[in-house]
Design a protein around this ligand. Structure first.
Ligand code: ADP
Ligand code: TPW
Ligand code: MG
Length: 583
């Protein structure tokens, strides 16, 4: 007996050495494709995956709630053009991550949600497994693509397909289902290594057709009042130099959508942001670059665009540059669709322009400048006031200065008034610095975005958060402290959703929109060893922000804002069915 045992042990050792298990194959497949960061939350069946990934040199960022890990992964995708990886446990963890997967798809961010799942045989017979759920079926409607891997030798293909689906064409969220049994499967190591795929050219260039380029340019040339709108697709494309050249060489005024701010500095002489309500109805030809004509642009029609009624066309002609061939005509007629990747499309336009280009008529440019100057002067007056208590404007005047002095800092923003005022007051100076609530106007992206922004860019992060908005992901201040990230959170604390003044007419409870009065969110940060500051004046806010940036310590500044200062739903009051009854 004594002589047999060691022999058995030796042979199984050798066998093990020559084997790769599912855990390792997933890790190797990610590494092979340069995916070196996982945003997730451990538990059955992926705990060992998080451990072994960390041991293998991947960065594994562990969150307090999967939704925040998912948002982090989605924005990592936006910032890096590589799919952000979110890793969750089965059913409830998967569902917590699913919101972020949908968000990624809606916003055209590349992301892969990898979730462990329960035993297929039991799930499919609905026999009641631990965390039983048919996750693949549930993910499909909100994902750009969804795959399940059942055999270790298919992990390479599964990961490769997920990567291609996430980043090629219009980017989006991809679900990858990995049943618990997969991780423990072992296969011959050389077979395993051979099964892995390093994806070649995952997001191939899409060159626009020459006739489409010519059509677009002919239309632009016919314009008397042309306008360019830059969307977050333009920011994502990382074609910054080409876009700058196109804007400057055409001389056409431009409007950046929220996350396209800073693609050119907001202070650029052609930036028409401060004259938005003048240029949209007045423009005759509009070129959309990576921006959809969705609700954020009033669907390209109605009063915003100079139409007589809410749904009437304003008379504009549109050029639309987009990688999705199905985007054109989704709301109004697109006279010149230009399908391709933005880098290639803009380069083609610049090339074609060499045959001759005339800058837009001076009276159009002058009229915009006049409006701009008037509005900027009015805003400067408002910002210079120093009311007590502090309001959004006097607080944001400080944030505006701090961002101007730190143009490389990443800027996260969510809330209603805390979003809308910030977007219009705080100028951005560099591409892909501003990340916010995106296409859905979603609350809860804040702290996940802060973590990913710090991790992906290694820059200082500044977050301006409504007090309600912050609550959706507030527990992740522990995560920010744990990884000691240079994040400075400013909470615009007006005691509630939109404002803090509502009352329950029956007098029983607090109104649905209000929170504990004068709450001290700064104490939350202190609980985990970060710096908490309570600021009641712009001077205190300025001092605290400067110190946060100097020290790079996790900091939360509770900026006490006049609770009467906000408006219902911020700038989108018109979308609120009962808004008419409110003041
Ligand atoms: P915004 O909210 O800023 O207006 P949207 O999210 O509505 O922007 O629009 C982004 C658009 O950009 C989408 O229609 C998407 O297909 C497109 N897009 C994303 N990446 C690229 C790219 N690399 N090249 C061309 N179009 C792109
Ligand atoms: C996931 C609805 C839109 S804005 C907002 C809510 C709850 C909060 C506004 O209050 P906040 O900002 O952040 O304090 P301020 O400055 O106006 O006081 N759930 C989700 N997403 C959205 N958009 C909502 C609810 C909403
Ligand atoms: Mg609020």
């Amino acid at each position: 007996m004594g002589t047999v045992e060691p022999q058995v042990a030796a042979s199984s050792d050798a066998e093990q050495r020559a084997q790769l298990d599912g855990f390792q194959l997933v890790i190797e497949a990610l590494k092979l494709n340069g995916l070196d960061t996982i945003y997730g939350l451990p538990g059955i069946p992926i705990t060992d995956l998080t451990r072994r990934a960390q041991a293998a040199g991947l960065r594994v960022l562990s969150f307090r709630h999967e939704q925040n890990a998912g948002y982090a992964a989605s924005i990592a995708g936006f910032l890096t053009q590589r799919p952000g990886i979110c890793l969750t446990v089965s059913a409830p963890g998967f569902l917590n991550g699913l919101n972020a997967l949908a968000h990624a798809t809606v916003n055209c961010f590349p992301m892969i949600l990898i979730s462990g799942s329960s035993e297929r045989e039991i799930v499919d017979l609905q026999q009641g497994d631990y965390e039983e759920m048919d996750q693949l079926a549930i993910a499909k409607p909100v994902a750009k693509a969804a795959f399940r891997v059942l055999h270790a030798e298919d992990i390479g293909v599964g990961v490769a397909r997920a990567i291609r689906a996430a980043v090629s064409g219009r980017p989006g969220g991809v679900y990858l289902d990995m049943p618990a049994k997969l991780f423990a499967q072992s296969i011959d190591s050389s077979l395993g290594k051979n099964s892995l795929i390093k994806v070649v050219d995952p997001a191939p260039k899409q060159i626009p057709a020459p006739e489409a380029v010519k059509r677009a340019l002919d239309l632009l040339k016919s314009a008397k009042k042309p306008l360019i709108i830059l969307g977050k697709g333009a920011a994502y494309a990382q074609a910054d130099a080409e876009i700058k050249a196109l804007v400057e060489e055409t001389g056409i005024p431009y409007l950046p959508m929220s996350m396209a701010k800073g693609l050119l500095p907001d202070t650029h002489e052609q930036c028409a942001s401060a004259a938005r309500s003048f240029v949209l109805p007045a423009a005759d030809v509009v070129m959309l670059i990576g921006a959809r004509l969705n609700w954020l642009l009033s669907h390209g029609k109605g009063k915003t665009w100079g139409g007589k009624g809410a749904k009437d066309w304003g008379g504009q002609k549109f050029v639309q540059i987009d990688i999705s061939p199905q985007e054109a005509d989704s709301n109004v007629r697109i006279d010149a669709p230009l399908v391709g990747d933005i880098g290639s499309c803009v380069s083609s336009l610049l090339n074609e322009m060499k045959s001759g280009w005339t800058k837009p008529p001076a009276d159009w440019v002058n009229a915009i400048n006049e409006k701009k100057n008037g509005n900027v002067a009015k805003m400067a007056e408002t910002l210079a006031k120093n009311p007590s208590p502090m309001n959004f404007h006097s607080a944001l005047n400080v944030v505006r200065d701090i961002v101007r002095a730190n143009p490389e800092a990443m800027f996260v923003n969510e809330g209603a008034n805390a979003l809308d005022f910030t977007r219009s007051i705080v100028d951005m100076y560099r591409p892909r610095k501003r990340i916010d609530v995106g296409t859905w106007g979603i609350m809860g992206v804040g702290m996940g975005y802060c973590v990913a922004a710090a991790v992906c860019t290694k820059q200082q992060v500044i977050a301006v958060e409504g007090d309600s908005a912050f609550g959706f992901s507030g527990m992740e201040v522990e995560t920010i402290c744990r990884y000691n990230l240079p994040v400075c959170i400013v909470i615009m604390n007006n005691n509630g959703v939109y404002k803090g003044t509502d009352k329950d007419p029956t007098g029983r409870d607090p109104a649905p929109t209000v929170f504990v009065k004068d709450a001290r969110y700064d104490k939350l940060m202190e609980a985990f060893g970060g710096v908490g500051v309570h600021a009641t004046t712009p001077a205190e806010l300025r001092k605290a922000m400067e110190e946060a940036i100097r020290s790079k310590k996790p900091t939360l500044i509770n900026a006490a804002i006049d609770e009467t200062a906000g408006t219902e739903s911020g700038r989108i009051t018109s979308l609120n069915p009962t808004a008419g009854k409110k003041k």
